[in-house]
Structure formats: C-alpha cells, structure tokens
Design a protein around this ligand. Structure first.
Ligand code: MN
Ligand code: MN
Length: 305
C-alpha cells in the first residue's frame, strides 16, 4: 500500500478528492461558495471554503463511529468554488443554483461549503429541482426565518428559510430546527418561525430531553423523505467554534454536534451544507477543523445510505 502524502503537503481539495470544475458523473460534489456579503455582524466567511478544505486533509478517511470510508463507496469530487459576485446576492444565488443544478443533474449530491447562510437558498433550489420539496434538518443558533433583515431586501443570511418555504422548496411537515438559542428582538422571532410550520428544538429543549430523544423525533419527522441537512457552525458553542460571524453562547459541544449528525444515519440524504465559518475569528483552526469533520460526517451519512 502506498502511503498517502502527509496532511501538510500538497494542494488542498476537500479530502484530496479530484478537482472537477465541470459537472460529470459523480456521487458527491463538494461545492465552495465564498460569499459573505449579507451578514448582519462579522463578515469573513468568504474565506470559509478554503479553510475547511485545508483542514480536511487531517481526516484520514475511515469513520470509526459509522464504520465506513466514504471515498471507498462514493465517487467524491471537489467542484471548486462558485464564481460569486460579492456585490450582488441575487446574481450570486443564480450562479450557485445553476452550478449546483448541473451537478444534481449529473447524479451527484451537492455538499456546499460556506460562505454565509444565504447560500442554502440556491442550494435548496437545485435540490428541489430534482426531488421536489425536501425535508430539512437545520442546525443553527438562529431560526433564519425573518421576513426581512434589511427592510425591502428579501435576501440575507437571516432569511433563507422563509424564502425557501415561500418558494416551496421545503416540506414544512418535515422541517426541523435544532440548537436555536440566544437573545432575539422579541418573542415574535421564534413565534414567526413556528407559524411557518417548523419543529423548533431549542438548545434548552435538547439539553432537557437529551441527544437520543432529539434524534428519535427528528428521524420520525423526516421518515424516508429526501432530506437536506444544513449546518450553521454557530449551532456549536463559541468555545468550540469561535470562528463565526454571529456567535451565541450556550451551544452544542463539538462532540454533541457529531452525535447529532451520526444519529441521522440511514435517512435519505440528498444534499447538505456547512456554513458561517469565518477563519479570521478562529483560533488554531478550531472551527475549520470542526467544519471539515462535520462535512466528513455528512459524506459518511451519504456512504452508509
Ligand atoms: Mn446562526
Ligand atoms: Mn444560520
């Protein structure tokens, strides 16, 4: 057996997958979206995809918890980054959806590397173009279902999921938010999210009921629907994920985040993303290492299915 190159050497594609810039037949396409123009506090997640790719080289390939080596079962390619337009969120979303749809059309599940959370909207557009409205498991400190974050402007990193529901990309009977917490403008922030039909499991509720009960209810709600997992890294506590734009204290540990994802093994995963990694606020790559591992767990979920 030839030893792989050490993690500190070579060019960093995700998991050293081949860089394939145009859609071709594949099982999974890793797609970077270096876009952070609509954030409400710290910018910098445009540097997320590159940081996550670099830390992915530390993943040795075999998932001992799920007993699977994703790359042995799946043809994984790194599609590179979408050609974003930093000053135009609508055009950027159009390009993300078009590029992702190309991969979906070629038979691949797209796993997006953010970038900020608005990019989930065009990724969901691409997913729904094939599967119809999908179940969504949404890890986040924030519901991201505000009608407007900037009055008069429908798109931002605080609004992707209300827009996705309006566009009928999400099956709201199977839309689960996990990890919601922190101060809001008022009680209506959560009430408005609930009115859209989502099942909001706050961080406090997960702490009270436990990880196993959280997983069980999520699996029951999703059933065998096609499901999209979106993971805003601020679902995890700033102690474990400081490198992000809108940190909220009291979040999950990195181990709880892994447990929650692994608990979804066997579901009909059709797309995913990890967003809001902002390396400039990171320390010792804590957050990008975590994000690379979260993507690895998602690839493992695709492989076990
Ligand atoms: Mn968030
Ligand atoms: Mn978010």
């Amino acid at each position: 057996m030839t030893a792989p190159p050490p993690p500190f050497a070579g060019i960093a594609t995700f998991l050293r997958s081949p860089h394939v810039p145009r859609p071709e037949c594949a099982d999974v396409a890793i797609l970077g979206v270096p876009f952070d123009a609509s954030v409400s506090y710290r910018s910098g997640s445009r540097f997320g995809p590159r940081a996550i790719r670099e830390q992915s080289l530390l993943l040795w390939g075999y998932n001992n918890a799920l007993k699977v080596a994703p790359a042995e079962h799946l043809k994984i390619v790194d599609a590179g980054d979408v050609d974003v337009v930093p000053v135009d969120i609508v055009e950027t979303h159009r390009r993300v959806a078009a590029e992702a749809a190309g991969w979906v059309g070629a038979g691949a599940a797209v796993v997006g590397l953010g970038g900020e959370h608005s990019i989930s909207l065009p990724l969901l557009r691409a997913c729904a173009s094939k599967h119809g409205p999908v179940a969504v498991v949404h890890f986040d400190a924030h519901p991201d279902t505000w009608d407007y974050e900037y009055p008069g402007y429908p798109y931002s990193h605080g609004t992707p999921f209300i827009r996705a529901i309006e566009e009928k990309l999400i099956d709201t009977a199977a839309y689960v938010q996990i990890g919601i917490r922190g101060p809001t403008y008022g009680p209506s922030d959560y009430a408005d999210a609930l009115k859209l039909g989502c099942r909001m499991m706050t961080r406090d509720e997960v702490a009270e009921r436990g990880i196993a009960a959280t997983i069980a209810e999520t699996r029951q709600l999703v059933g065998d629907r096609p499901v999209y997992i979106t993971f805003d890294v601020d679902a995890v506590d700033p102690a474990f994920a400081p490198g992000t734009g809108t940190p909220e204290v009291g979040g999950f540990t990195s181990h709880e985040a892994l447990q929650l994802l692994r608990g979804l093994a066997g579901l009909n995963l059709v797309g995913a993303d990890v967003v809001e990694v902002a390396p400039a606020y990171d320390h010792a790559q804590i957050t990008s290492i975590l994000a690379a591992n979260l993507v690895f767990e998602m690839l493992s979920l695709l492989a076990v299915r």
